[in-house]
Design a binder for this molecule. Structure first.
Ligand code: PMP
Length: 364
């Protein structure tokens, strides 16, 4: 007795954790700087932590009103109808909900390469197929309609990641519109704005209201610092609103996650500080790292070091955990998440020592 044939399915490769690396290397976890998972170095909003404490003794009840309140608050924030907001366990959960709502067996999704692995994984779970469009490292992973449309063959969902993981490049809204205009009537363009708060470009959410073929993903994992709670959402076309009740896993997001997200949305000081730090740190890394970097609108920077596996491994010896991008198909690149100002300065110093030791990096 076995599961179905999953040989086509890839595994999600997360960034390495502090405890794991400390144990492997015999290092003190307190000496490690973890810049491998695009997490918020300021931690969660203090207001969110307070909300979690306050509601902890009510987790014997299924979440109901908190979910309704969060949906209403997000809808108000973006000026859309509550039916258009699909709250989910992380943006990942929304990727699943959209796949369930959109894909018939054998339908395809079009995804960026390199890109976020879960688009394709989710499509496959839902008996769909995956086609890729290539973003060019030589071009700074530039994103425009032509690049996407040249690979388009009538897929049911087209994923655009803006800011893009792992490069940090963005796609202008006119280009998103051009894709939606050029694709078939039953193709949904999903703009993943998991890192949207860090970017100086406009959200695509107003497009969702103007047209019926664009959806947007957002998350509380990054700028709001709630990655461990798994809470995110999508904003979907009006006609898709009622599909939510038919596709979501019952009680789509947990009670503490909804309460924390509600509090975090009101804590503007925390988001502002988080965004300002990321913007400062990505400039600092681009200016000071001894390797060519890609201009980033996210809370991370992609750097071309030459041999990502060796560089990431040696960096760990020096107590800095960064992401080897080999699993993204970029064996010469590492992705460095932005830390606090202090962590970022320290990490760049240690990374430059690492690169010098290995004879890697060096700016163009
Ligand atoms: N989209 C992108 C581009 C991401 O990088 C991530 C997280 N790594 C997600 C979506 C999912 O985020 P979450 O499920 O934590 O909301």
């Amino acid at each position: 007795m076995h599961p179905r044939d999953l040989s086509d399915h890839s595994q999600y490769v997360p960034g390495r954790g502090v405890e794991e690396v400390a144990r492997d290397r015999g290092l003190d976890p307190d000496d490690l700087i973890k810049l491998s998972s695009n997490e918020n170095p300021h931690g969660p909003s203090p207001a969110a932590v307070e909300a979690i404490r306050e509601h902890a003794d009510r987790v014997h009840q299924y979440p109901k009103s908190s979910h309704t309140d969060l949906t209403a608050k997000i809808a108000e924030k973006w000026g859309v109808a509550t039916e258009q907001v699909w709250v989910s366990p992380g943006a990942d959960g929304s990727i699943d909900y959209l796949a369930r709502a959109a894909l018939e067996p054998g339908d395809e999704v079009l995804v960026p390469s390199p890109g976020f692995a879960y688009y394709g994984m989710s499509a496959r779970y839902h008996h769909g197929g995956v086609t890729e469009y290539a973003l060019d490292p030589a071009d700074g992973f530039a994103q425009d309609a032509e690049t996407v449309l040249s690979a388009y063959g009538g897929e049911r969902i087209v994923y655009v990641t803006s800011p893009h993981n792992p490069s940090g490049s963005t796609m202008p809204l006119d280009e998103v519109k051009a894709i939606a205009d050029a694709t078939a009537e039953d193709t949904l363009v999903v703009v993943d704005e998991a890192y949207g708060e860090f970017a100086d470009v406009d959200s695509a959410i107003p497009l969702v209201d103007e047209r019926d073929d664009v959806a947007v993903l957002r998350t509380f994992s990054k700028a709001y610092g709630l990655a461990g709670l798994r809470i995110g959402y999508s904003v979907v076309p009006e006609a898709w609103g009622e599909a939510y009740a038919r596709v979501n896993t019952p009680f789509a997001a947990n009670e503490l996650a909804c309460r924390a997200a509600l509090a975090a949305l009101d804590d503007e000081a925390h988001v502002t500080e988080s965004v300002e730090t990321a913007q400062w740190a990505r400039e600092y890394i681009a200016d000071e790292l001894d390797a060519p970097t890609v201009e980033s609108a996210g809370n991370f920077v992609l750097a071309e070091v030459g041999d990502a596996e060796r560089a990431a491994d040696a960096a760990q010896e020096r107590g800095v955990i960064i992401r080897d991008c080999t699993s993204f198909g970029l064996p010469n690149h590492v992705r460095i998440s932005t830390g606090t100002r202090e962590e970022t300065r320290e990490a760049v110093e240690r990374l430059n020592e690492t690169l010098a030791d290995l004879g890697l990096g060096v700016r163009a």
